[in-house]
Design a protein around this ligand. Structure first.
Ligand SMILES: CCCCCCCCCCCCC/C=C/C(=O)SCCNC(=O)CCNC(=O)[C@H](O)C(C)(C)COP(=O)(O)OP(=O)(O)OC[C@H]1O[C@@H](n2cnc3c(N)ncnc32)[C@H](O)[C@@H]1OP(=O)(O)O
Length: 299
């Protein structure tokens, strides 16, 4: 069975066929009498309440929900499907992996691969961000675990962030700790969220904020007890969905267009920058040392 996205084909556990954003094949979808639907792909779980017009995407890429190319491909397909289905006005992003929202970019995609792979990977990262950041739906991140780097970017690209109150659930753009640099569009999103000075400080030091600090700096909008993250996200969503879609969507676009355009107008150059940066020997070495440290942490 295969998951087909554009020219890319991956083995997948379910039959999901996508062409031009339309699901053609059978998928594990069930519709309950109460308007609840559930779509299952291997790494992304989509639950939806048709009556309320709200879908929930749960990241399901254990152990740490790293943003592998396969995960991103499935995620983009699910997102497109929801975006194109006018039933859905709101989307909650959360994790199915206990204690981890997302560990960010998959370091194995950036290590020991060829240049074409790095380019393909970075294009998928760009695509994911543009789709999230410019979504017409209301996006609420229900952050139920650690959220470094790319995981933080996904949360920051939502319209509202609810973080579980657990000191282990740190969030931030920690790229410099890995010896790498957050791209300009990660930086732009952070600046838009917490302001220039706080972003400069956080980015240079690679700060990962505990929940109370994240709330204080404005990186998240609410910190709530862990067992209330989903219910809080849902009540925030209800509040946001009370606003007429056309007015809210135009306003969102007005606020975000310049930031997104900044990348759109130089996507190819951004890919080339990433490829030449990440393929440097010194960067490969830093990433390998970091991965090794993560592995040895357990022993
Ligand atoms: C001239 C200038 C030009 C500039 C040009 C700029 C170009 C752009 C440059 C590049 C930009 C890249 C941007 C990068 C963004 C990123 O997202 S990088 C990834 C950052 N992520 C992290 O630092 C998180 C690392 N992980 C952790 O801190 C922890 O794993 C955790 C998430 C807090 C979970 O902890 P715990 O539950 O204790 O699990 P672990 O035991 O640590 O991990 C379990 C296994 O998972 C592996 N793993 C963890 N994270 C990743 C990952 N991100 N990718 C791949 N694999 C990961 C970990 O190694 C363990 O593996 P095993 O030992 O094999 O089980």
């Amino acid at each position: 069975m295969a998951l087909v996205a554009g020219r890319k084909t991956f083995a997948a556990g379910k039959t999901l066929l996508l062409r031009a954003g339309v699901w053609l094949g059978a998928e594990a979808a069930a519709r309950g009498g109460n308007g609840a639907r559930r779509f299952v792909s291997q790494r992304v779980l989509v639950e939806s309440d048709v009556t309320a017009g709200i879908a929930t995407i749960k990241f399901k890429n254990p152990p740490v929900n790293s943003l592998s190319l396969e995960f991103l491909t499935e995620f983009i397909i699910c997102l497109e499907k929801l975006e194109n289905d006018k039933t859905y006005r709101g989307l909650i992003l959360t994790s199915d992996c206990p204690g981890i929202f997302s560990a960010g970019l998959d370091l194995r995609e950036m290590c020991g691969k060829n240049l074409a792979h790095y380019a393909e990977y970075w294009r998928a990262i760009q695509e994911t961000w543009l789709k999230l950041y410019l979504s017409n739906m209301v996006l609420v991140a229900a952050i139920n675990g650690a959220s470094p780097a790319g995981g933080c970017l996904m949360a920051l690209s939502s319209d509202y962030r609810v973080l579980a109150d657990n000191p282990r659930y740190r969030i931030g753009l920690n790229e410099t700790l890995l010896g790498i640099v957050a791209p300009f569009w990660f930086k732009d999103v952070l600046v838009n969220t917490i302001g220039h000075r706080a972003a400069e400080h956080a980015l240079q030091l690679g700060l990962l904020f505990q929940p109370t600090e994240a709330l204080q700096v404005g990186m998240v909008d609410q910190v709530v007890p862990e067992d209330q993250v989903q219910s809080t996200a849902l009540s925030v969503m209800t509040e946001w969905l009370a606003i007429p879609d056309h007015a809210r969507q135009l306003t969102k676009s007005m606020m975000r267009k310049a930031t997104a355009d900044n990348l759109i107008k130089q996507r190819e150059a951004d890919i080339q920058n990433f490829v030449s940066f990440v393929s440097r020997d010194s960067i490969q070495k830093s990433l390998q040392v970091y991965l090794e440290k993560l592995k040895q942490k357990k022993h």
